[in-house]
Design a protein around this ligand. Structure first.
Ligand code: ADP
Length: 267
């Protein structure tokens, strides 16, 4: 450890040096960890502080009746929409802060038949009949983890598919077994994503097209939340996409996260 610092963290690597020797490189990364902690606390505190004033503003806006002042009705409508949007951003930031500091998840049974039906219903409500939404569930398996977080991750992918697919397109939600676990995936026939953006898609507020994302009502935090929830469940996210053709977002869960439906543990 660095002199005088009991909490120092070192990144150590051994590099080949000449024919018979090795070079030991040690970087003190404790200051980076502390900065990261300060950033996390700051985001969590700001989000928390914004919650109450936003609730008050939102509450008063709901009380105002557009019929009292008809010429202000469009303004009032826009104010309500934006205050809801801000509220959603604050809630998503708080969720992300929680997920970032969490190291493990609850080991609860998550009944997949019910969860998939809910995800489909939510996607249908968002689509309002503009898309063909299909559910193909062939994996006879439930998940082990946090019901709330898995719901939010799986439904996020389905709602993105609806939001980034023009009317008339189709969306397929799948839950299927693979040799080393099970995969939940959402395939859409939407706008697709150019390859150059794929690696950064799960960064917070990263957007391929900010105008399209804003119009579609997202907070820019959805995929970041998905990535954290999957990490906590030791699951991997894979994104395949072709512009103008569509996208598939798949979540791969290992055998340790699977349970036989309604009964005993998987072997
Ligand atoms: P947002 O709230 O902006 O949708 P997300 O984190 O959910 O934030 O997604 C990040 C970006 O990834 C989106 O702004 C969009 O550009 C792109 N994206 C996500 N899902 C899809 C999809 N199914 N098809 C096309 N683009 C997508």
């Amino acid at each position: 450890a660095a002199p005088g610092r009991a909490d120092s963290q070192l990144n150590v690597s051994l590099l080949p040096f000449g024919d018979h020797e090795q070079l030991l490189l040690a970087h003190d990364i404790s200051h980076l960890n502390r900065l990261e902690q300060v950033r996390r606390d700051f985001v969590a505190n700001v989000s928390h502080e914004l919650r109450t004033p936003l609730t008050v503003i939102h509450g008063y806006l709901e009380l105002l009746d557009p019929e009292d002042v008809p010429e202000l009705a469009p303004v009032l409508g826009e104010m309500r929409t934006q205050s809801k949007r801000m509220g959603q951003i604050v809630e998503d930031l708080l969720t992300l802060s929680r997920l970032e500091t969490q190291h493990e998840v609850a080991d609860e049974r998550v009944p997949m038949a019910a969860l998939l039906a809910t995800v489909r219903k939510e996607a249908e409500a968002l689509s309002q009949g503009r898309h063909r939404i299909v559910l193909e569930s062939t994996a006879e398996a439930d998940l082990l983890g946090s019901p709330k977080d898995l719901h939010s991750a799986l439904s996020n992918l389905a709602s993105n598919a609806v939001r980034y697919t023009p009317a008339g397109g189709s969306i397929t939600i799948r839950w299927q077994r693979v040799p080393d676990g099970a995969v939940y995936s959402v395939t859409d026939t939407g706008f697709g994503i150019p390859a150059s953006h794929l690696a950064r898609l799960t960064e917070r507020f990263y957007r391929v097209s900010s105008s399209r994302s804003r119009e579609s009502g997202g907070t820019g935090l959805g995929l970041s939340i998905v990535k954290h929830v999957l990490n906590l469940h030791q699951a991997q996210l894979k994104i395949e996409s072709a512009p103008g053709v569509g996208s598939t977002f798949s979540c791969h869960f290992g055998p340790a996260r699977l349970l036989a439906p309604g009964g005993s543990d998987e072997s």
